[in-house]
Write a protein that binds this ligand. Structure first.
Ligand SMILES: Cc1cc2nc3c(=O)[nH]c(=O)nc-3n(C[C@H](O)[C@H](O)[C@H](O)COP(=O)(O)OP(=O)(O)OC[C@H]3O[C@@H](n4cnc5c(N)ncnc54)[C@H](O)[C@@H]3O)c2cc1C
Length: 397
């Protein structure tokens, strides 16, 4: 049976995260968003407070000091954080997903080495960054074709007991602020991308890694996104997460959390835009009555509400499928892509419609709508461009 009711703990998590979004995130993000210098924008104070509330370790098992939550807890958290700011939610989406994958795929030694410090961190700065995208294309790194020349270009060459990493990554969230990194690299360039990649974790101060240009973005201005260069970075063999050549399989598992996570973020942002538009439609008077009494506006709001609920139901359904693969057919496999594509297309429409309801004020920086539109625009692009994800869904039909 599907049951969407929240447990007492989930209700508490939701209320805590919503309160945090209203009291700690919303009051500071406007200034951060409007800071023209992306190199001084990272909102450390908010992040540290959120880390202290355990938002960075929701998917880490209790055994290693984590919150021990499941993907529902994760989706609930991310929806509420994105209600405050999509960029801040993104940081926690990545942190939890990349910690989860250590717990799911890593060996005991790796879990102790990387998960425990995140949980025992008192400063609240234990951020994780995942470096997959390369200048040759974020879609290219997921190439499923047999030609070994296609796919990931960054290399990991075995020398004795160490791997030597060389190459370049771009558009990496939290590059330059993270304490723990992971990188996808080619361990065997003679094999196809599917059979020749691995994921390596390593601390920020590892010699051989340098941070390049910090990007100046249209939205998500609370995140720091940058290039990373690897020049003969030596990593012990034990830093390789999975068995040799199984890195792309690991990304499929990572994507279970990322797909539903980004979907939940899109829902949180859409809900924030809808709530602003609804409030405005009840207050603004035109032709002698509030905007909401005009059917053109009321039905627009009704459609927005339906779209948000439909997206939320899809994300929850997919999470249930991931947690019950035996009862879900292929949905546990293709569902994470669906849970990302539908809500991220939806949020672009909702933020634009919400801005329209505010008329000219929607376009002004006194209201958050123009920021919501900018924040929504990237969602169908990052974490697997929607075009590519739809192709992956179609492969399994
Ligand atoms: C704000 C932001 C944060 C990000 N954070 C991270 C991060 O933390 N870590 C990380 O690794 N990456 C990150 N990325 C990168 C992101 O995942 C990529 O931008 C995304 O995967 C698309 O890759 P690309 O930009 O290189 O576009 P391309 O792959 O070049 O694609 C360009 C266009 O062509 C389409 N396309 C490309 N190939 C195909 C194909 N084979 N079939 C059909 N259509 C195709 C795409 O859908 C897209 O519309 C981030 C990006 C942004 C903007």
């Amino acid at each position: 049976m599907l049951d969407f009711s929240l447990t007492e703990e989930q209700q508490f998590l939701k209320e805590t995260a919503r309160k945090f979004a209203e009291k700690e995130i919303k009051p500071v993000v406007k200034d951060v968003d409007q800071n023209p210098d992306p190199t001084t924008s990272f909102p450390w104070e908010v992040i540290k407070k959120a880390m202290k509330l355990e938002f960075g370790k929701v998917l880490i098992p209790k055994k290693y000091g984590g919150y021990g939550g499941n993907l529902f807890d994760y989706a609930i958290l991310l929806e509420e954080l994105a209600y405050g700011d999509a960029g801040i939610a993104m940081i926690f989406m990545i942190n939890n997903s990349l910690a989860r994958i250590i717990a799911v795929v890593g060996n005991e030694e790796q879990k102790e080495k990387w998960l425990r410090p995140i949980c025992e961190d008192k400063k609240g700065d234990n951020i994780i960054a995942g470096a997959v995208t390369e200048p040759s294309g974020g879609s290219e790194v997921f190439c499923l074709l047999p030609d070994p020349k296609l796919g990931v270009r960054t290399t990991a060459r075995l020398e004795g007991n160490e791997y030597v990493i060389n190459g370049q990554k771009n558009f990496i969230t939290s590059a330059g602020v993270a304490k723990l990194y992971c990188v996808m690299a080619r361990t065997d360039s003679s094999k196809s991308n599917v059979e020749g990649c691995n994921i390596f974790y390593f601390p920020a101060d590892t010699p051989g890694m340098t941070i390049g240009k910090i990007e100046d973005k249209m939205g998500h201005r609370t995140t720091q996104v940058a290039e990373i260069f690897f020049d003969n970075m030596h990593l012990p063999k034990e830093n390789m997460l999975e068995k040799l050549g199984e890195g792309l399989n690991t990304t499929v598992e990572i994507y279970k959390a990322n797909g539903v996570g980004v979907g939940a973020m899109a829902i949180g942002l859409a809900q924030a835009a809808y709530d602003e538009a609804l409030k405005y439609a009840k207050e603004r008077v035109s032709w002698g009555k509030p905007l909401i009494k005009h059917q053109a506006i009321a039905t627009k709001l009704a459609e927005m509400r339906m779209e948000i609920e439909a997206a939320r139901a899809l994300v929850y359904r997919v999470i249930w499928a991931i947690e019950h693969p035996e009862a879900s057919g292929d949905l546990s496999k293709i569902g994470p892509s669906m849970a990302k594509v539908y809500p991220t297309n939806m949020v672009r429409q909702i933020t634009v419609e919400a801005m329209q309801i505010l008329g000219g004020f929607g376009y002004m920086k006194d209201f958050p709508l123009e920021k919501y539109v900018r924040d929504s625009m990237v969602m169908p692009v990052y974490d697997g461009a929607n075009e590519l994800l739809k192709i992956f869904i179609s492969y399994d039909l």
